[in-house]
Write a protein that binds this ligand. Structure first.
Ligand SMILES: O=C(O)CCC(=O)C(=O)O
Ligand SMILES: [Fe+2]
Length: 623
């Protein structure tokens, strides 16, 4: 049976150290039984030097740098300098300072009392509460917040980034996509777990005549979009030296006769380097060969000549057969607007073997831009910007009746980043200011590259800034809905109308971008919340009617049981700030964004796979 021993430094207690009546429960410390110490008060250094008992040594052996966590020393490994009782757990025998075991008030008790009271004491590691806690008890939420903290996104993000970095360092060619996907999946699951017990929709305002909310949802007037983009920005003739041209001819000729090209309706293609996936890119199902020396030379030359910011890492060679109006020799009108092409990069096309007409058409009906043409000569080069792809389509038309064309090669160079499927543009008000993109702790993380652009109010949303991102989050409205601005329901209707116009333009400029409108977060101000809920409801109706693909959700987890912004997620340093998210709120916000993107990207991939497999089983010519 464990024994209880008292030991007190001189002068700390008036009561004589005594044996308590319980058999074997309490006894004086003696040199014979040092491991049996159950309760003792630390000695100060000077006293311990005079002490003769091993217990005294135990007290003194508190020099933190020499001590390890043992059964005979409190898990804090420190010293209370003789001021605190030491207790021994009845079950495991571990020694604890009373203060470290959450028994701070016991210092004033006499040793006899302590011996009596703690004769059957179980330490924090051994004690299990026999009574279940009722659900709404404060301690549940405190524990929840602890769990949240432990599982917090930043920790996961750090793990994710570290694993990613380590993998890249060890074997640069390792495909870490699946590992990242697993980490992301894990993150989504944790987020769902977080929201599972808290999620509840904010109180929807009653008595809103929904039918008459937004009178007409036609295209808003004034949605003509203007731009100063050019279809191509550079055209150079006689670009390669005779020697360079000959080498390239040999290289392409070899692959042509070898049957390396893939058929792509009207022309043939041969990719190298980073995979470039586009609609109808049949060749993309297998990973392309690395870029060969013959093409690396061209990339280096172009990068230097054009002072490219992003060196091309992906090559697509197009082969157009010789022929006439009846021969299949063309490339349909299209834009190279895939988000995997780096937003501020250039697309370079080198033409060889024959001249061919290239046509450019403005993409948007109501834009200020005009169609144009370019005859790309043999050994010429033209350069388009990635951003011009959002304004123009280009193509190589079929020869006109009576026209004959010679066979032609075009070598197209692009800078691809396949992680860009998760690229994010966050356009928002001051609540998004603390969201940092990039790598490492405290950022959104390397797997979600992007940037934040300021838009304090809905009128400040700039659709052109969305170009080149796969995912756009619009986070505005809080400032528009400040009590001092809202004059009535009409004002809120107009706001929704402005948002609708912005979305129309974004839709035209970036048809392939996933747009997320973030509902305005309820604040802790009740009057403002009424307007916020009214606005959110209107936006919801507007999006459902006009933009069914735009997501409008993801912030319910920010609310407390009353539907107000959870105070634990807010900035704590200012009591009159009832709007802004604090560190924890931002971490949660970032997790929400990533989870939205992850799910969207997954569901699009899933839909694509379904469509592709449906195409495979369709009989030729089937609709
Ligand atoms: O052959 C050309 O000039 C155009 C090629 C092109 O547009 C493409 O590969 O995307
Ligand atoms: Fe193209």
């Amino acid at each position: 049976m464990p024994k209880l021993i008292d030991k007190k430094i001189k002068g700390m207690s008036n009561s004589p150290a005594s044996t308590v009546g319980k058999p074997g429960a309490v006894r004086r410390l003696s040199t014979d039984n040092p491991p049996d110490i159950h309760m003792t008060r630390n000695r100060s250094k000077s006293e311990s030097s005079n002490a003769s008992s091993p217990a005294a040594n135990l007290d003194a052996a508190s020099t933190p740098d020499k001590k390890k966590s043992t059964m005979n020393a409190c898990p804090c490994i420190g010293s209370s300098s003789g001021k605190d009782w030491k207790l021994k757990c009845l079950q495991c025998g571990q020694i604890w300072h009373a203060g470290c075991a959450n028994l701070k008030g016991t210092r004033i008790l006499s040793e006899t009392t302590v011996n009596q009271v703690f004769s059957g004491w179980l330490c924090p590691w051994c004690y299990k509460c026999p009574f279940p806690r009722h659900g709404g008890h404060t301690s549940s939420s405190l524990e929840t917040s602890l769990v949240e903290k432990v599982l917090s996104t930043s920790v996961l993000q750090r793990i994710s980034d570290t694993v990613t970095a380590a993998m890249q360092n060890i074997t640069p060619s390792v495909d870490i996509t699946s590992l990242e996907a697993k980490m992301n999946n894990l993150q989504s699951e944790i987020k769902e777990f977080h929201e599972g017990y808290k999620a509840q929709p904010p109180p929807v305002p009653q008595n809103i005549p929904l039918i008459s909310l937004i009178p007409e949802l036609g295209e808003p007037e004034g949605a003509v979009i203007t731009s100063s983009e050019k279809p191509f920005e550079v055209y150079k003739v006689d670009y390669l030296t005779v020697e360079e041209e000959e080498k390239l001819d040999d290289f392409v000729g070899y692959h042509k006769s070898n049957g390396s090209f893939f058929d792509e309706r009207g022309h043939m293609v041969l990719p190298f380097g980073e995979p470039y996936r586009y609609t109808g890119s049949g060749s993309a199902s297998s990973a392309p060969e690395p870029i060969p020396e013959e093409l690396k030379v061209i990339i280096d030359k172009v990068t230097k000549d054009l002072s490219l910011k992003h060196k091309p890492n992906s090559v697509l060679i197009n082969y157009f057969p010789a022929g006439n109006a009846q021969t299949m020799t063309h490339l349909a009108m299209h834009s190279d607007d895939e988000t995997c092409i780096v937003a501020d990069s250039k697309i370079i096309t080198l033409s060889l073997w024959a001249s061919r007409k290239i046509v450019f058409h403005p993409k948007h009906q109501r834009s200020n831009l005009q169609p144009s043409e370019l005859v790309a000569e043999d050994n010429s080069l033209y350069v388009m910007t990635r951003s011009s792809q959002n304004w123009f389509k280009h193509g190589v038309p079929q020869p006109n009746p009576g026209e004959d064309v010679d066979e032609r090669i075009s070598i197209t160079l692009r800078c691809i980043n396949n992680k860009k499927t998760r690229s994010i543009l966050l356009m928002g008000d001051s609540n998004t200011k603390e969201v940092k993109f990039g790598e490492g702790s405290g950022t959104v993380g390397a797997s979600y590259p992007g940037r934040r652009v300021k838009a304090n109010m809905i009128k400040d949303i700039d659709p052109e800034k969305c170009v080149g991102y796969q995912n756009v989050f619009l986070h505005c409205g809080t400032n528009d809905l400040r009590n001092e601005y809202v004059t009535g329901k009409d004002y809120i209707h107009k706001l929704v109308g402005t948002l609708q116009s912005k979305l129309c333009v974004i839709e035209q400029l970036c048809p392939n971008t996933n747009v997320f409108v973030v509902p305005v977060l309820p604040t802790r101000n009740h009057t403002m919340n009424e307007n916020v809920m009214y606005f959110n409801k209107l936006v919801d109706v507007m999006l459902n009617k006009r933009f069914p693909n735009i997501s409008f959700s993801g912030v319910y987890g920010f609310l407390d049981s009353k539907g107000l912004l959870d105070s634990r997620l807010m900035r704590s340093n200012s009591s009159d700030d009832f709007i802004h998210l604090g560190k924890r709120g931002i971490a949660k916000y970032v997790a929400m964004m990533k989870s939205c993107v992850y799910r969207k990207v997954k569901s699009i991939e899933h839909q694509k796979t379904k469509q592709e497999s449906a195409q495979v089983v369709d009989p030729p010519g089937g609709s």
